[in-house]
Design a protein around this ligand. Structure first.
Ligand SMILES: *[C@@H]1O[C@H](CO)[C@@H](O)[C@H](O)[C@H]1NC(C)=O
Ligand SMILES: *[C@@H]1O[C@H](CO)[C@@H](O)[C@H](O)[C@H]1NC(C)=O
Ligand SMILES: *[C@@H]1O[C@H](CO)[C@@H](O)[C@H](O)[C@H]1NC(C)=O
Ligand SMILES: *[C@@H]1O[C@H](CO)[C@@H](O)[C@H](O)[C@H]1NC(C)=O
Ligand SMILES: *[C@@H]1O[C@H](CO)[C@@H](O)[C@H](O)[C@H]1NC(C)=O
Ligand SMILES: *[C@@H]1O[C@H](CO)[C@@H](O)[C@H](O)[C@H]1NC(C)=O
Ligand SMILES: *[C@@H]1O[C@H](CO)[C@@H](O)[C@H](O)[C@H]1NC(C)=O
Ligand SMILES: *[C@@H]1O[C@H](CO)[C@@H](O)[C@H](O)[C@H]1NC(C)=O
Ligand SMILES: *[C@@H]1O[C@H](CO)[C@@H](O)[C@H](O)[C@H]1NC(C)=O
Ligand SMILES: *[C@@H]1O[C@H](CO)[C@@H](O)[C@H](O)[C@H]1NC(C)=O
Length: 740
């Protein structure tokens, strides 16, 4: 949609009143990690058309499965204005008009997200969407997000949909394909359960769990009379209507253990409803639970739990039936943290089960699977000496058998999608091949990106998955950073005069939270100037690489020179943005609350040099890759430039009125100053921009199909080796690189 516009400007045009933003077409691709990298709370197959399946994520939108087993993202249009549409709380695929798909979107129901949620509807399998804003919030990244699906299309009359809200807002119904919605006030059980009163995040009621139509009731063209609704409540929690949702009643005989119904899956040929219960809402908790079978014909409830309630230490989450083979059922534990997740399969409606692994005689385990992760080898730490490697996963709420292929199954974990194509071998040989099948899903929360000259194309640090040495942008990394291994890595930096020297900081329960590499991040050594109790955070490495400044995520800034013990860096507020000069080894920079700070003694102490106009926040500081004292800062009022170590600054014009993360890339001849890429508000448009003339003129390089979500959550860096190349790290849609 955007056109390439070339600008030929003279120095006389480099003044603030020129309204000069335009667009430039960029080609965007994900930096491939091949394994997802985040929680997949829901996977849904269309029951009527072979090959249609979707996976929803909690912070990175929704994906559609392709015939070659890759996944296509469907919400990459989401930008700063509607960032919270990347939180997907529920998904429904239409069993009649199978091109139609619906998602319930919104990130948080507490104050972290001010906006109401929406139902997005598509009639082209998610290529394009229309939106109806709801009169309440939706929480795609709230507790209990793996429960569901709480959005459903009537299989006899697909103009009818139900959506189960959080926060006590009850059950909602549409009779016009999701365009308008009204409260089903006769459904009075809104769900009272919440995780914990201690915070607004955990104290909001999780609400309605799932809606399941009984396809064996009713006739095509008329609303289905029998509907089951599960509610996140420790009391009565499964309800039914026999009259198309006019009146509702508790399903009598429901076992009352105080557990929460996570899934309610119909087996139409058997005319039964299978229900998995856990005593926690998930996705992390659950220490007790049951699996029950409700016989719709007789009204009889039967406990079919794979593990006795007296000896279980997990609840149950993911639940699936084979629609082609009545009586074939699978269920996953929620959560079996040790020694590994368990998934069971039954061929007799849950009377008996076989597990995916079982203790032989402790500590021997029979693994009834072969493990195949060539799509994302980094899913296993090859330096680990763990006695029981975690492979089957954790947080298994999404579990599905392809309704057209009894051999094909998929399940979501806290980090990826697994599954396979030989599921029937579970029944013959009791041995299947478990494959990682998340190619195309790039869900990481990216916290830092650098591309030091002379090194690999990119180094990343990310939440949960540590970070990566990307020897190629097109190939999944073989491993994440190890030795030390950090769960989440918060920061990374390189030494400007010696760029093979890298520092990173992240969380470890046993090893120092700071580590060094002298070979561009290929191998690492722990920095014993820190310990496992040193709070990790952003890092800045001095130009020669001898001094590390650490801004812990809580507490005062800390500095260490020549790996001496970290001590407090004085004069710089906690939480300040930090950077090192890339040429002058003794110089570090800081920014906080609209003020700029300078250290000329190797971060031992900082002084407040100047206020950046009326700014109240400093969002990023970047020093020129090779000119000492040349430093830039983005703030809530724009972009600022100093050529004298931050003694004073000039505000950049060109219509720029706010900035977030930015970075430098190789200059395009005849320019000599690097290109600046970053998220800025220019002419009141908040988007990803670049400027090739130090901010006189700006080109918008994000576009209608690449919005990158929340500007303030993203990290940006340029590439000093490749003109035009920019890296964008998102909060939930992985890492991107773009080229003109
Ligand atoms: C962001 O997305 C919204 C909704 O699709 C759209 O109206 C708006 O133009 C987009 N903003 C930019 C800067 O592209
Ligand atoms: C919807 O109806 C339920 C049940 O009557 C009620 O508790 C809830 O407050 C209603 N929600 C809204 C947003 O009106
Ligand atoms: C609730 O959260 C508080 C604060 O995090 C914690 O101390 C407490 O143990 C939690 N309670 C339960 C029941 O989990
Ligand atoms: C449901 O009950 C009927 C009547 O007793 C019985 O024939 C049928 O086998 C039951 N279904 C299941 C799956 O147990
Ligand atoms: C699970 O909960 C049930 C019902 O409260 C209880 O009887 C049982 O002892 C619990 N199981 C374990 C292992 O604690
Ligand atoms: C299942 O097959 C894999 C791969 O051949 C093998 O490693 C594993 O031992 C088998 N499991 C059992 C219990 O035989
Ligand atoms: C682990 O993977 C890395 C990166 O591919 C490789 O260099 C190393 O040799 C592997 N280590 C082991 C123990 O397999
Ligand atoms: C580095 O910065 C310090 C403090 O501003 C200055 O005194 C020194 O001359 C600079 N060094 C070089 C090599 O520019
Ligand atoms: C900094 O201040 C000096 C002296 O007032 C002035 O000459 C210079 O232009 C200023 N530089 C910037 C970047 O504002
Ligand atoms: C940007 O928005 C502000 C506030 O609405 C307005 O005063 C200003 O004129 C706008 N600027 C441009 C370039 O559109």
């Amino acid at each position: 949609m955007s056109a390439t516009v070339l600008f030929f400007v003279t120095a006389s045009l480099l003044v603030n009143f020129v309204c000069s933003a335009t667009t430039q077409t960029y080609t965007w691709k994900n930096v491939k990690t091949g394994g997802g990298g985040g929680f997949v709370p829901g996977i849904v197959f269309n029951p009527s058309t072979k090959g249609i399946a979707y996976a929803r994520t909690d912070i990175g939108g929704v994906y559609r499965l392709n015939t070659d087993e890759t996944w296509t993202p469907l919400l990459d249009s989401v930008n700063n204005s509607n960032w919270h549409n990347w939180g997907i709380d529920a998904l429904a695929t239409d069993p009649i008009d199978t091109e139609r798909v619906y998602v319930a979107v919104g990130m948080y129901t507490n104050e972290w997200d001010p906006n109401p949620g929406s139902i997005l509807r598509s009639n082209d399998k998610g290529n394009t969407w229309e939106e109806t804003v709801l009169p309440f919030k939706v929480g795609g990244n709230m507790p209990g997000r793996g429960i569901g699906e709480r959005l459903a299309v009537d299989p006899n009359d697909n103009s009818v949909l139900y959506f189960g809200a959080r926060s006590g807002h009850g059950l909602w119904k549409s009779t016009d394909y999701g365009v308008t919605w009204s409260n089903v006030t006769s459904f009075i059980w809104t769900g009272t359960y919440f995780q914990n009163a201690s915070s607004s995040y955990t104290s909001d009621p999780v609400g309605i769990a799932w809606i399941t139509f009984d396809t064996t009731s009713g006739t095509a063209g008329n609303p289905t009379p029998r509907i089951f609704v599960g509610v996140v409540d420790t009391g009565e929690s499964v309800f039914r209507s026999e009259d198309g949702g006019k009146t509702w009643a508790w399903v009598s005989g429901e076992p009352m253990y105080g557990f929460l119904p996570h899934k309610g899956v119909l087996s139409p040929a058997e005319k039964v409803l299978y229900i998995s219960y856990s005593n926690g809402a998930g996705p992390y908790d659950g220490t007790n639970g049951t699996v029950h079978r409700y016989n719709i014909s007789t009204g009889v409830w039967t406990n079919i739990s794979p593990t006795s309630i007296d000896s279980t230490y997990y609840g149950y989450g993911g639940l699936a039936v084979d629609l082609q083979v009545p009586g074939t059922v699978m269920v996953g534990a929620l959560n079996c943290w040790w020694p590994d997740e368990i998934i069971w399969r039954s061929l007799d409606s849950g009377a008996t089960w076989s597990p995916i692994w079982a203790w032989n005689s402790y500590p021997d385990i029979d693994y009834y699977y072969d493990y195949e992760i060539s799509n994302a080898p980094w899913l296993q730490d090859n330096t680990s000496t763990a006695q029981f490697p975690v492979r089957v996963g954790w947080m298994v709420e999404a579990l599905a058998i392809d309704p057209f292929d009894s051999n094909h199954w998929l399940y979501g974990t806290g980090i990826t999608i697994y599954g396979g194509h030989d599921l029937l071998k579970w029944d013959s040989a009791h041995n299947v091949t478990l494959e990682s099948l998340a190619v195309g899903i790039e869900e990481m929360d990216v916290l830092g990106l650098i591309a030091p000259v002379g090194g690999p194309p990119l180094l990343s640090v990310v939440g949960d998955d540590g970070g990566f040495y990307h020897s190629s942008l097109e190939t999944a990394p073989s491993q994440s950073f190890h030795s030390p291994t950090y769960g989440s890595t918060n920061g990374i930096d390189y030494a400007g005069n010696n760029p093979a020297n890298i520092v990173r900081s992240g969380a470890s329960s046993t090893l120092p939270t700071v580590s060094f590499s002298t070979n561009f991040g290929l191998t690492w050594s722990a920095d014993y100037a820190a310990s496992s109790s040193t709070v990790p955070g952003a890092v800045a490495l001095s130009a020669d690489g001898d001094t590390v400044l650490l801004m812990p995520t809580s507490g005062s800034p800390l500095v260490s020179k020549y790996t001496s013990t970290f001590s407090t860096a004085t004069g710089l507020p906690s939480g300040a943005i930090i950077a090192s000069d890339k040429s002058n080894n003794t110089v570090f920079y800081g920014g906080s609350a609209g003020s700029f700070y300078l250290s000329t003694n190797g971060a031992v102490s900082f002084a407040n040099t100047v206020s950046l106009g009326s700014s109240t926040a400093v969002n990023e500081i970047r020093a020129h890759p090779s000119i000492a004292g040349d430093v830039w800062a983005s703030t809530d009022t724009g972009l600022w430039h100093s050529t004298n170590y931050g003694t004073n600054f000039t505000q950049i014009g060109g219509g720029c009125s706010a900035g977030w993360s930015f970075g430098f890339g190789k200059a395009g001849a005849p320019a000599s100053y690097p290109v600046i890429f970053g998220f800025f508000a220019v002419d009141n448009i908040t988007a990803l921009f670049k400027t090739e003339d130090m901010g006189a003129n700006w080109q918008e390089i994000s576009d209608a199909t690449h919005g990158f979500g929340a500007a303030s959550a993203n990290v940006v860096n340029g590439d000093m080796s490749n003109y035009g190349r920019v890296f964008v790290g998102t909060n939930g849609r992985g890492i991107w690189y773009g080229e003109p």
